[in-house]
Design a protein around this ligand. Structure first.
Ligand SMILES: Cc1cc2nc3c(=O)[nH]c(=O)nc-3n(C[C@H](O)[C@H](O)[C@H](O)COP(=O)(O)OP(=O)(O)OC[C@H]3O[C@@H](n4cnc5c(N)ncnc54)[C@H](O)[C@@H]3O)c2cc1C
Length: 386
């Protein structure tokens, strides 16, 4: 079968998909309405996540190394979870990934996809620069997934649970030299977290990721900024507000799950498919791109054939994502007082002892159960309900 792989979105998932498809021999085109403008917000990666992907390009784009994360309760109790992490130079990393994709044979175009149509089992992609294809379209355009939705797919389960984010890059003397990522939970940022990620020197990012309050979450950010300043006054003394250098907004599908991510001559990957996070979406893109090329070679790009991608993704990541969603739902159900009690109880314990991810999860679960026995049971029930 002759046909192109047409990837929409130079997101980490999109670039990884395009690169994998081209390396597996498919004629591949990657389009993005902002190609090369480098405006993606995600910058922090922990080794536990990074180890899930094959691509190690991030290692040459580390701006600041982290020793772990501090989880902070509404009243300021905290626990430390050690683990290597990185604040990345996203612009450098994206440039690197695009260059590698080009060298692998991926054609890159700056234009916007506006829809697609299926004819004779092949898909044409309509863009602001005319029609591309026919071939197999991969939608990697982020949480709105306009191409997949336009083609009638619902690529994400629980889209109402996208966490809407407002994140600012800030400057404050010495702030970026801290070594722990901070993760605030409770009503300061309902449904998920407020974050502090030190980026080296005077630079850091501060953000809120909120579920259940719509896309406009700046009011939570303003409140968090005041809270953060008071919290840091202990360490830095009375200081001016951090100077905001730039802001970004967007959706993070952390608490969603992939839905229909394969259609006729259509696949969905990354945030568009509810596959949240830099590392995880890059690995998902890699699986997607290599299976796209394989399907083209086999001459069958019907939904029946492309479902191999769904199966492969669920086999590799399904359990982790279900656990992640159930944990965030459990957290959402807790009051600030309960979160305080839990974090106070966990302080000073070796929360995640043990080698592999599973042993760490069991260790964390046992620690939590010793303070609030009903929590792990609720979590397992939520996992079963998906
Ligand atoms: C503020 C914020 C901070 C985050 N921080 C982190 C973090 O520190 N670590 C982490 O692991 N994850 C983080 N995440 C989650 C992470 O960004 C995503 O899960 C991950 O990067 C996957 O990207 P994506 O698939 O959502 O695509 P996006 O990064 O949203 O990229 C989609 C691309 O598609 C293009 N596009 C969209 N529509 C079209 C169209 N119609 N035609 C052409 N091009 C189009 C866009 O221009 C864009 O380049 C964060 C998310 C947000 C919102």
């Amino acid at each position: 079968m002759k046909g192109d792989v047409l990837v929409v979105g130079s997101s980490p998932a999109g670039i990884s998909a395009a690169k994998a498809a081209a390396r597996a021999g498919a004629n591949t085109i990657l389009i993005d309405r902002d190609l090369g403008r480098f405006n993606h917000p995600a910058n922090t990666l922990f080794e536990g996540m990074a180890s899930r992907m094959n691509d190690v390009a991030y290692k040459s784009h580390i701006r600041h190394r982290l020793k772990g994360m501090r989880i902070i309760s509404p009243r300021g109790s905290s626990i430390c979870v050690d683990g290597e992490g990185y604040f990345l130079d996203r612009e450098g990393l994206d440039g690197h990934m695009l260059r590698e994709a080009r060298e692998s044979g991926v054609t890159q175009l700056r234009c916007e996809a506006v829809g697609s149509r299926l004819e004779g089992g092949l898909r044409y992609l309509n863009t602001t620069d005319g029609e591309l294809g026919p071939g197999l379209v991969i939608d990697a355009s982020g949480v709105d997934a306009t191409i997949a939705r336009g083609a009638g797919l619902s690529p994400m389960r629980h889209p109402e649970d996208i966490a809407w984010a407002f994140e600012a890059t800030v400057e404050w003397p010495g702030l970026g030299d801290e070594e722990y990522f901070e993760y605030w939970i409770g009503s300061i940022s309902p449904g998920w977290k407020a974050t502090f990620s030190p980026g080296g020197g005077d630079i850091a990012t501060l953000g809120v990721f909120v579920r259940g309050y719509g896309r406009q979450v700046q009011p939570f950010f303003r409140r968090y900024l005041r809270h953060f300043q008071r919290y840091k006054a202990e360490r830095y003394g009375e200081v001016e507000y951090p100077k905001v250098i730039s802001v970004s907004m967007g959706g993070d599908p952390i608490a969603t799950l992939p839905g229909e991510i394969a259609g006729n001559a259509l696949m969905v990957t990354g945030g568009a498919a509810g596959q949240s996070g830099l590392a995880y979406s890059m690995r998902a893109g890699e699986i997607c791109g290599s299976l796209a090329a394989k399907a083209i070679k086999s001459g069958d790009i019907s939904i029946g054939s492309l479902r191999a991608y769904e199966k492969r993704w669920w086999a590799e990541f399904g359990m982790e994502y279900r656990l992640g969603r159930a944990s965030l739902e459990t957290l959402r159900s807790m009051s600030d007082a309960e979160i305080d009690r839990l974090i106070r109880g966990l302080a000073g314990r070796n929360l995640m002892a043990g080698g592999g991810q599973l042993r760490k999860a069991i260790s964390a679960g046992l620690n939590v159960a010793s303070i609030m026995p009903s929590l792990p049971i609720g979590l397992i029930r939520r996992m079963m309900n998906g």
